[in-house]
Design a protein around this ligand. Structure first.
Ligand SMILES: [Zn+2]
Length: 254
C-alpha cells in the first residue's frame, strides 16, 4: 500500500512529524483539526479516504461525502484563521487544498476507483510506464491494447472511419457508411454502460472484503488481488472504448 500521491499533494515542504496530539492543547487530534480546541493541525501524509475518516470503500454515500466536504471546508477555511499564527494559516491552506483534491477524486466513481487501484499498487494501461516509454521511443501516440472481444469490431470500424475520412476529403457523401458507423457507435455506448454496471459488482465485492479485513487487510491476500485485477481490467476496457468513441465522434462531426 502506498500513499505517494497523497504525500505529493501536500506540497514540497517537509512534513511535520506525524503525531496524534494537538500542537496547541495536547488533546487527541483528527487529521485536520483538533476536536477539543478547534485549531487547524499540520497536514499528515494520509490517503484521501483516511482524510475523510473513511475506510477505503468504493460504494460511497456521495451525499454524505458532500456534506462532510462542506463541513470540513468551513472549518479549514484559511480566512477563519486569518488572525492566527502564520503556521496555522499555512496549514489551513495546505489542508484546504488537500481537501479539494480528495473530494474531487472521491466523488467521481471512476476517479475513485482509479485512486483505490493506485493505492493498491495497480497501474492502468494508459498510465503504464512501459507504454509511455515505448511511445516516446517510437515518437508515436501511445497505443492501447485492444480488448480481445472487441478485435473484430474495432478492425471493421477503423476501416469504415478510414473510408469516411477519405470521402470527406473528396467531398463525397455515403449515407450507408455513416449509418454503419453510427450503429457501431450505439453498440460501443451500450458496452460502455455495461462496463460501468460490471464495475459496480466488483465494488460490492471489494467493500465486502475490506469490511472483514480492516484496517490494512491481509497482506498479499489473493482475493484482494483478484478483485483489484478485475476492476483494472474493466477500467482498461472502458478507457479503450472511451477513446474509440472520441475518434468516432470526431470523424462524424467533421
Ligand atoms: Zn487542541
Amino acid at each position: 500500500m502506498t500513499t505517494k500521491s497523497a504525500l505529493t499533494v501536500i506540497g514540497a515542504k517537509p512534513l511535520p512529524q506525524e503525531t496524534h496530539s494537538c500542537w496547541s492543547c495536547g488533546s487527541m487530534r483528527a487529521a485536520h483539526f483538533c476536536e477539543a480546541c478547534g485549531k487547524v493541525q499540520p497536514p499528515q501524509p494520509v490517503d484521501y479516504f483516511t482524510f475523510f475518516g473513511l475506510p477505503p470503500r468504493l460504494d460511497l454515500d456521495v451525499t454524505q461525502l458532500e456534506k462532510d466536504f462542506y463541513d470540513l471546508s468551513r472549518r479549514l477555511h484559511p480566512d477563519l484563521s486569518a488572525r492566527a499564527g502564520s503556521d496555522e494559516q499555512e496549514w489551513s491552506l495546505e489542508q484546504s487544498s488537500m481537501l479539494n483534491d480528495a473530494y474531487r477524486t472521491l466523488r467521481d466513481p471512476i476517479r475513485r476507483t482509479e485512486y483505490l487501484l493506485h493505492l493498491e499498487g495497480r497501474v492502468l494501461e494508459e498510465q503504464s510506464k512501459i507504454a509511455t516509454e515505448q511511445a516516446r521511443a517510437t515518437g508515436e501516440l501511445k497505443k492501447q491494447i485492444v480488448p480481445p472481444d472487441l478485435l473484430e469490431e474495432v478492425f471493421e470500424l477503423n476501416m469504415q472511419l478510414e473510408e469516411l475520412r477519405r470521402n470527406q476529403k473528396m467531398q463525397e457523401d455515403d449515407p450507408a457508411l455513416i449509418s454503419e458507423i453510427k450503429k457501431h457507435k450505439t453498440a460501443l455506448e451500450a458496452r460502455h454502460e455495461a462496463l460501468l454496471q460490471e464495475l459496480h459488482t466488483h465494488w460490492k465485492a471489494w467493500d465486502k472484503l475490506i469490511a472483514h479485513t480492516q484496517p490494512e487487510g491481509a497482506p498479499g491476500s489473493e482475493e484482494r488481488a483478484q478483485i483489484t485485477g478485475k476492476m483494472l481490467d474493466v477500467l482498461n476496457r472502458r478507457n479503450y472504448i472511451r477513446n474509440l468513441l472520441r475518434d468516432v465522434n470526431a470523424a462524424l462531426e467533421s
